[in-house]
Design a protein around this ligand. Structure first.
Ligand SMILES: [Zn+2]
Length: 231
């Protein structure tokens, strides 16, 4: 059996791993405060035994959103830090170098058992910062600057805006959330972040979470998503 090398690792020696266990160091890198809860909140709530650090790259000086982020992290059992990348309505493109250095500045140094971030294609149509965040994290991970044993990218799509974001059926990992977990995640969005009933965020809160596993299983799918990403 030939051994394709993916991310410097041998595929045959590296079968799809289960999620990391007790005490695992997990980093979640998102563009905005609320992305961690919307796209991965159920997974995080289901693993209180992990040591989780969430880096949100934008909105540190947002007097409304910043304190809510830290309250949400408390509920998720996570630590975290925020950056202040431009997040203006024009969505001015940011350089990969700028985004990557913000990621490195926020994340505590060390080896992570798992890193989670956006999909290079984003989760809906369309927020450029999500895609830029994904590309920067993937690049840091593939070049070995960000040390992580596994990388998961959020796997959601909205049919080009035709419907609310939903978990991708073909994702490497899909997690239907038990009702109490989904309800708790939804409360973070409504009670902590303060989104109104009927808002896009509250209507979106996925009942099923999904992730692409980069580097090992799901790599082909994942690369297809990357190739399809917006320039
Ligand atoms: Zn966002």
């Amino acid at each position: 059996m030939s051994s394709a090398s993916v991310n410097g690792r041998d595929v045959e020696q590296c079968p799809p791993e289960p999620l990391p266990g007790r005490g695992a160091a997990v980093a979640v890198v998102v563009a905005h405060p609320d992305d961690e809860s919307l796209w991965a909140g159920g997974l995080l709530l289901s693993h209180p035994e992990w040591r989780v650090f969430v880096a949100a790259l934008c909105r540190r000086s947002d007097p409304d959103r910043a304190p809510k982020f830290y309250l949400a992290l408390k509920r998720l059992g996570a630590d975290g830090a925020m950056g202040d990348l431009d997040d203006g309505p024009q969505q001015r493109p940011l350089s990969e170098v700028e985004v990557a250095s913000q990621v490195l500045a926020l994340l505590p140094a060390g080896v992570y058992d798992l890193v989670m971030t956006h999909s290079p294609r984003g989760e809906y149509t369309r927020h450029r910062r999500h895609e830029e965040t994904a590309r920067a994290v993937l690049r840091l991970w593939r070049e070995g600057t960000l040390h992580a044993k596994a990388l998961l990218a959020f796997a959601y799509e909205d049919g080009g805006g035709a419907y609310l974001p939903r978990a991708e059926d073909r994702a490497s990992l899909t997690l239907p959330l038990p009702d109490p977990v989904w309800a708790e995640k939804r409360r973070i969005i409504t009670d902590i972040y303060g989104f109104q009933e009927g808002s896009w965020e509250v209507r979106t809160v996925p009942r099923r979470e999904a992730f692409w596993r980069a580097g090992v299983s799901g790599e082909k799918e994942f690369q297809a998503r990357e190739a399809a990403a917006h320039p």
